[in-house]
Design a protein around this ligand. Structure first.
Ligand code: FAD
Length: 339
């Protein structure tokens, strides 16, 4: 394998928990490579609730999802992690020498001394509406499955599709920034919090949001990969062309363990069973932390994931250097590089 992709620790997943593990590894003098299926770091915080405040991060009375991620990335930065984003780890093999080979779906091969799986609910991706040519408009073309910044939609015509909380919440949130918000749903009833549904109804009646009901997504029109119209249709086949700069389809997220299920680890209902003190899985040298890890009385919280990261990295160091004796040190004693 490429020598530049040889590392002490490979961390699968760049969510909050994976990012903090980079810091912990750095503090123990270990280099990390971090792989994530998403093309950005931040996991659920960045993909699902960047602007929502979190209230239970110690020492932050409140902090928005993306702000937490920005701070974690900054805290990890002095240790110069290598990020491999937009790629899913599809293979993980333990070699006879006790080290590991990881392979991604884009062909990256990584050699690691130990592996920390911080994969959340598995590689996650949006459920996509079945439409021809969808891929041609994804990203900068106008079709997006996540909202990163409301400001990106200022003055734009936005079609939101779906009938759940995400569709309703983003319609409510974007209607006063966007030029126009249209909500496409196949039936009048929404599966969202009653309070939010009522707000949507009120805005629709006030003419501030256009309801396109009962329609379903049918197709896309545009030029040079840039969206211009979303075609919708009723079950009877009556079609409408909605002029739009953006389509935001919110049909839920598919979270799948995917390839992780084939790595010979001890699985418990789609989670990886670990020994809590070390966070080691059933395979020595492979550790699991954060949402994907389970043990008795596990709390699926970011703050638990941070502590699990510290435990896993200490145990990983012992796996890497079985004959060495290490002394526990505080960060106040060791400091961090360039501080
Ligand atoms: P994730 O954030 O899920 O990140 C895992 C990453 O691994 C993902 O980016 C994924 O793409 C990647 N990945 C998975 N498999 C692979 C693979 N094979 N190859 C490459 N990459 C892979 N928690 C709190 O503590 N407090 C709160 O107030 C709170 N509020 C929440 C609100 C909402 C709306 C949601 C959805 C969650 C909330 N949570 C909250 C939960 C919190 O977000 C999760 O506990 C946390 O994100 C778990 O972090 P993680 O790093 O373990 O996993």
């Amino acid at each position: 394998s490429d020598a530049s992709n040889s590392t002490d620790i490979a961390i699968i997943g760049a969510g909050p928990v994976g990012l903090f593990a980079v810091f912990e590894a750095g503090m123990l003098g270990l280099k990390s490579h971090v792989i994530d299926a998403l093309d950005m770091v931040g996991g659920q915080c960045s993909a699902l609730y960047p602007e929502k405040p979190i209230f239970d991060i110690p020492a932050h009375p409140q902090i928005a999802g993306q702000d937490l991620i920005d701070q974690l990335a900054k805290q990890a930065e002095p240790f110069e992690p290598t990020y491999h984003l937009g790629q899913q780890v599809i293979k993980l093999e333990k070699r006879d020498d006790g080290r590991f080979t990881l392979e991604t779906n884009t062909g990256t091969v990584i050699d690691a001394g130990a592996v920390v799986i911080a994969a959340g609910c598995g590689a996650f991706g949006p459920n996509k509406p079945p439409m021809d040519g969808l891929e041609d408009y994804e990203g900068s073309g106008g079709v997006q499955y996540y909202v990163k910044r409301r400001a990106d939609f200022a003055g734009k015509k936005v079609v939101i599709a779906g009938g759940g909380d995400s569709a309703v919440d983003w319609a409510l949130s974007l209607h006063d920034v966007a030029e126009k918000v249209m909500v496409v749903h196949r039936r009048p009833k929404f599966r969202a919090a009653p309070d939010s549904s009522a707000k949507l109804q009120a805005l629709a009646e006030a003419g501030k949001i256009e309801m396109v009901i009962p329609y379903q997504l049918k197709g896309l029109k545009g030029e040079n990969g840039k969206l211009s119209h979303v075609v919708v249709a009723t079950l009877k086949g009556e079609e409408l062309d909605l002029e739009a700069d953006h389509l935001l389809p919110f049909f839920g997220l598919a979270m799948e363990l995917g390839p992780i299920a084939d790595w010979g680890l001890n699985l418990e209902k789609n989670h990886i069973g670990v020994t809590q003190g070390t966070m080691q899985t059933s395979v020595p040298g492979i550790f699991a932390i954060g949402d994907i890890a389970t043990y008795e009385h596990k709390l699926k919280l970011i703050l638990s994931g941070f502590a699990e990261g510290a435990s896993a990295i200490h145990a990983a160091r012992s796996y890497l250097f079985p004959d060495k004796e290490f002394h526990f040190e505080y960060s106040t004693t060791t400091g961090v590089p360039n501080e």
